[in-house]
Design a protein. Sequence first.
Length: 123
Amino acid sequence: MSKAKKIGDLGEKLALDYLLKNGFKHVLSNYHSRYGEIDIICENEKYIIFVEVKSRKKGTEYHGVEAVDKNKRVKILKTSFDYLLKNPTEKQPRFDVAEIEFPSQKITYYKNAFSGDDYGEFF
C-alpha cells in the first residue's frame, strides 16, 4: 500500500471518528457507483450526508475543499443519486467536505460545501 493511500485511509478514519463524536450515525464508507466514489455516508435526524474527505500536508497551496472542483462535485452528485435511488430516504441530502491536515491531524469540516442546484441536469 502506498504512503498516499495510507494517509488517505487514515484521513477517512479520522473524519469518521469526528462525525461519530458529533452525533452522526455512520451509514456506509467508500460507496462506489459507475460515476465515482463517496468517502463517507452518514446521517442525523434531518440529513443524509455525503462526505468527501481530503487529506493534506501542512502548507499545501490550497485547501482540501478547493480540491473538490466542479468535475469532482458532479461525480459526487451522480454517485449520491445512484445511492439514493437504491436506498430511498425522506432525509434531505447534504454535501460536506472534511479536510484533514497532516501531520497535526487537524480537522476542518465544511457543512454544505456544495449543492446540486448549480448543475441542473447532468445525467
